[in-house]
Design a protein around this ligand. Structure first.
Ligand SMILES: C[S@@+](CC[C@H](N)C(=O)[O-])C[C@H]1O[C@@H](n2cnc3c(N)ncnc32)[C@H](O)[C@@H]1O
Length: 183
């Protein structure tokens, strides 16, 4: 999934997730920018990505104010309490230390700030979770560092966020979440 830094699916989910986003927004792991044209035109967005080649391919067509930057989620060069909203789609499957990365996102969000995520995760169905566990090491090599079996919902909570919206799809393989940084 991470081979190109672009996942050409979930267009409707991206639009639905991002239609509510307002204010000063940080996107992490933006890849080559599949979310960029789904933001409302009045946001001010800093879209960041680890892989400089991927982010250089981003060509937003929207009139929203967008700045593109390279950044490692685990070491964000922004002051505490900077952003109103953070966004990550299909990212925390491949961040090496996901809870550290999530804590870093929390640090740069303002108190009460919201974090919008779509992630593929380890299913709550035991048979499927076992299959994901079994396939994970081969998948990880093929997909260049993407894990099939991350429990990102638990990681989001472990990082100190409160989850205020959760939608579970495809046998528990895909979760859409909105999490809040506590005041
Ligand atoms: C599967 S791609 C998803 C890209 C895009 N967000 C999407 O929805 O299609 C995962 C992205 O996370 C980025 N990534 C992984 N670890 C990262 C880190 N520590 N810091 C920043 N980006 C990271 C990868 O470079 C890759 O572009």
């Amino acid at each position: 999934m991470c081979r190109t830094g672009y996942v050409p699916f979930f267009g409707d989910w991206r639009s639905a997730l991002l239609s509510d986003v307002r204010g000063f927004v940080l996107e992490v792991g933006a890849g080559s920018g599949p979310n960029l044209d789904h933001y409302p035109a009045d946001v001010s967005l800093v879209a960041t990505e680890f892989n400089e080649e991927s982010i250089a391919q981003a060509k937003p067509k929207t009139s929203a104010c967008i700045r593109l930057a390279s950044a490692d989620i685990e070491h964000l060069a922004f002051p505490d309490n900077t952003f109103d909203v953070a966004v990550a789609t299909l990212v925390f499957c491949s961040v090496e230390q996901p809870v550290d990365g999530l804590r870093e996102v929390q640090r740069v969000l303002k108190p009460g700030g919201k974090f919008y995520l779509i992630e593929h995760v380890r299913s709550h169905h035991t048979w499927l979770a076992r299959l994901q566990d079994k396939l994970n090491s081969r998948w990880y090599r093929w997909a260049e560092g993407c894990n099939l079996n991350r429990d990102t919902e638990a990681n989001v909570r472990a990082a100190g966020f409160e989850i205020t919206y959760l939608s579970i799809r495809y046998f528990g393989l895909i979760k859409t979440m909105v999490a809040c940084k506590l005041q």
